[in-house]
Design a protein around this ligand. Structure first.
Ligand code: COA
Ligand code: NAD
Length: 709
């Protein structure tokens, strides 16, 4: 006998209520299905069946929700019995009705438990979903078989392939729950529903008793379409097609065999490196918010925000802040610039109204919280100010002098600088303790990443305020230290350089972009440059020209392109051609000719690079600088580098981030690559001392993510 004979579960309590046995799941914070919960559920079903006085079993969650799914921390480790499929099958097989009462999250394995039950009632706040696909997985405890039976093939596949959450009302309409209950007590609602079912002598309904689809041939045709669409959209992801495969098998196989088949495919997903990458990303993005200052200090109150500059970033930041329900005062240098800034903000909302995603009234209500001025006095009562003027330290210092003069004591003074020394900006005013970096990414109202750059004199409550603001803006914050480019742009500078070297040495920019896309990025670096505008990088290169190490290799190809006014999409050509405002570029023979000429000027004999070698160099440059950033404390841990790249630089999530990727291929291999490349250019390819140290000690980056373990 398996687990049923073992000790009582502490995570599932049972009590009798009349003819009902009520099982309460209690495994804070989210009632994840740890072994103890699984065991408790199994024991509850067995207890209900064994007791002649019990006529039905009610399952309900305590605290925030029903069950948020499998315990994600258990994946990849040896599983303790009973398995979740065993639990679900036992629930479904029960000879006494089982009623699941849902509130809050009923996700993944949680929804699978509910679908195995015979009846489902949900409170209005219930969130139902099968989000396994977002972790590189698929439902593995009957979800691929029971969901289509309860809600139909297409809606079930949509739920499983998108991983989205469904509200109670939608779930009712979809057939996933039988009833919605008023009130806030799931257990009480479950008990009342169970009593009703007993009184009305409702017969047990098992999802597994019905066929997966009524019309098998029509279902086969639908699945064929969905499979083709999934193959196109999922771009190299492993688990989406496994989901389709599992459902398809259910058309032909008896239910029990279809469940075995699902489990087999689920285990393939568990073994895939994508699962490891995606689960790393899940926990990493929850870790980054726990910066030391957020534990040490309470945030200051922020209701009103000032934004200096209404250009690309200022306007985007203003929209992000308005969207969070706060009020914004924009300050520009003169009336025409202010009008442009205002127009930049309005344009975003006009677009939403046009697309039918916002009503005209809602637009007016948001813009009622937006004001502008050409004078700093307008900021005298503002709680937090974000400066987004030109990237010039003198211009920024002048702005901060004004802020120092007018802002109320305790106002947080932030800069959106991409590279400049925030310590120097802070030191230039009388209140360095209030100065911090809030580095948004373009477009600031869309991009999720917010680097919170912590200068040496800033007080902890200002840092805590920045993290609190990030939460309000629904951004993913990463704590960074002050250096040229902070975490993201500093590392970007290195791998961009590696890409430039590849091009001068013989790869075309199109080869590089293609290899990087094949790795999983949505775009390659030269496409990104064309999208952002080549002039931005050009300005930075000119600014840094005086301080560049004269011994360092410098590739001039990008400069030759910019000198022609080819800045990318906005000028119709850059690295690519964009005829008639096309969004997708086509290769440009003239660019290739410029590259050839530059190779000759630099005396480089071009050679061929395979896609694999391109990626090896590109990633080695990224990982090596990532290691330096961690070593210098610019990033708190490797996982902060990972989250930065996942949310700000398009790094493929299924690889977990550059540092996780490095661990997955082995740090010794990365170091060997760097040493090999160093034979050509020892100045550029200097192994990070941290990388060397970890390899020597036989450790990986992840060992630095959990120093207390
Ligand atoms: N297994 C283990 N831990 C989990 C978990 C799970 N399924 N779901 C959440 N947690 C942990 C989080 O890591 C976090 O831990 P921390 O406080 O130590 O950082 C804590 O529970 C709270 O989660 P959080 O996401 O911060 O809370 P929230 O209220 O914003 O969201 C959920 C709650 C359930 C919606 C969200 O956590 C979620 O989507 N979880 C994953 C659900 C899922 O994918 N289930 C299928 C698994 S195959
Ligand atoms: P931009 O040129 O589009 O806008 C700058 C705005 O600042 C202009 O509207 C200008 O009129 C205004 N301005 C200049 N001096 C001013 C002053 N003294 N007082 C008030 N307003 C003034 O530039 P941008 O791209 O929005 O960049 C702004 C800042 O954001 C820079 O520090 C840049 O490095 C940083 N940044 C840019 C990006 C990006 O992708 N563009 C990304 C992250 C950070």
């Amino acid at each position: 006998m398996p687990s049923s004979s073992s000790a009582a579960s502490a995570a599932v309590r049972t009590h009798r209520q009349g003819a009902l046995l009520v099982a309460t799941i209690s495994n804070p914070p989210v009632n994840a299905l740890s072994a103890d919960v699984r065991r408790g559920l199994l024991q509850a079903v067995e207890a209900a069946e064994a007791d002649p006085e019990v006529r039905a079993l009610v399952l309900a969650g305590e605290g925030r929700g029903f069950i948020a799914g499998a315990d994600i921390r258990e994946f990849g480790k040896p599983a303790l019995p009973p398995s979740l499929p065993e639990v679900c099958n036992r629930i479904e097989a029960s000879g006494k009705p089982v009623i699941a009462a849902l509130h809050g999250p009923a996700l993944g394995g949680g929804l699978e438990v509910a679908m195995a039950a015979h009846f489902r009632i949900a409170l209005a706040d219930a969130k139902l979903g099968l989000p396994e696909v977002q972790l590189g997985l698929m439902p593995g405890s009957g979800g691929t078989q029971r969901a289509p039976r309860l809600m139909g093939l297409k809606p079930a596949l949509d739920l499983m392939l998108s991983g989205r959450h469904m509200g109670a009302q939608e779930a009712l309409e979809a057939g996933l729950v039988d009833r919605i209950a008023e009130g806030s007590q799931a257990e009480a609602a479950g008990v009342a529903y169970a009593q009703y079912l007993l009184a009305s002598r409702a017969a047990i309904r098992r999802a597994g008793d019905s066929p997966l689809a009524a019309d098998i041939e029509a279902a086969r045709a639908t699945l064929k379409e969905i499979a083709a669409d999934t193959a196109k959209k999922s771009r190299g992801l492993f688990s989406p097609l496994k989901i389709v495969e599992a459902v398809e098998a259910g058309l032909d196989l008896p239910f029990a065999e279809a469940l075995w088949n699902e489990r087999r495919l689920f285990l393939q997903c568990i073994d895939s490196p994508q699962r490891a990458g995606l689960i790393h990303a899940f926990f990493a993005e929850r870790e980054v918010v726990k910066a030391p200052e957020t534990r040490a200090a309470k945030p200051r109150q922020v209701a009103s925000v000032g934004v200096i500059g209404g250009g690309t970033m200022g306007a985007g930041i203003a929209v992000a802040v308005l969207d969070a329900g706060l009020s914004v005062t924009m300050v520009e240098r003169d009336e025409p610039s202010l009008a442009r800034g205002r127009a930049n903000v309005e344009k975003v909302y006009d677009g939403l109204v046009q697309k039918g995603r916002m009503t005209a009234e809602a637009r007016a209500a948001v813009l009622a919280r937006f004001g502008g001025s050409t004078g700093y006095a307008a900021l005298s009562g503002t709680d937090l100010v974000i400066e987004a003027v030109f990237e010039d330290i003198e211009v920024k210092k002048a702005v901060f002098a004004e802020l120092d003069r007018v802002c109320k004591p305790g106002a947080v003074l932030a800069t959106n600088t991409s590279y400049l020394d925030i310590d120097a900006i802070a030191a230039s005013i009388s209140r360095p303790q209030d100065v911090i970096g809030l580095h948004f990414f373009s477009p600031a109202n869309i991009m999720k990443l917010l680097e919170i750059v912590v200068p040496s004199k800033v007080s902890a409550d200002v840092v805590a305020t920045a993290f609190e603001l990030a939460k309000k803006l629904k951004k993913v914050p990463v704590r960074a230290g002050v250096c040229d480019g902070f975490i993201g742009n500093r590392i970007l500078a290195k791998y961009r350089q590696a890409a430039d070297y590849l091009v001068e040495d013989g790869a075309s920019p199109y080869d590089v972009d293609e290899a990087v896309r094949a790795f999983g990025y949505p775009m390659g670096p030269f496409q990104v440059s064309d999208l952002a505008g080549g002039d931005i990088g050009w300005a930075t290169r000119k600014r840094k020209a005086a301080t560049r190490d004269p011994r360092a290799r410098y590739v001039q190809i990008a400069d030759r392109i910019c000198e022609r006014g080819w800045f990318g999409q906005k000028t119709g050509r850059g690295w690519y051609l964009y005829p008639q405002g096309a969004r997708a570029g086509t290769p440009d023979p003239e660019v290739l000719a410029i590259i050839d000429a530059e190779r000759q000027r630099a005396g480089v004999k071009p050679r061929k690079f395979s896609a694999e070698e391109i990626v090896r160099r590109y990633m080695a440059a990224m990982i090596n600088e990532g290691a330096n950033v961690v070593r210098e404390g610019i990033a708190l841990r490797p996982l902060d580098v990972d989250v930065t790249f996942l949310y700000g630089y398009g790094f493929p999530r299924f690889r977990g981030g550059p540092m996780k990727y490095a661990d997955s291929i082995g740090l010794d291999r990365v170091l060997a690559d760097i040493r090999e490349f160093a034979q050509e250019d020892p100045l550029f390819w200097q192994p990070s001392p941290l990388l060397v140290e970890l390899v020597t000690q036989g450790r990986n980056f992840d060992s630095l993510n959990h120093p207390a373990d």
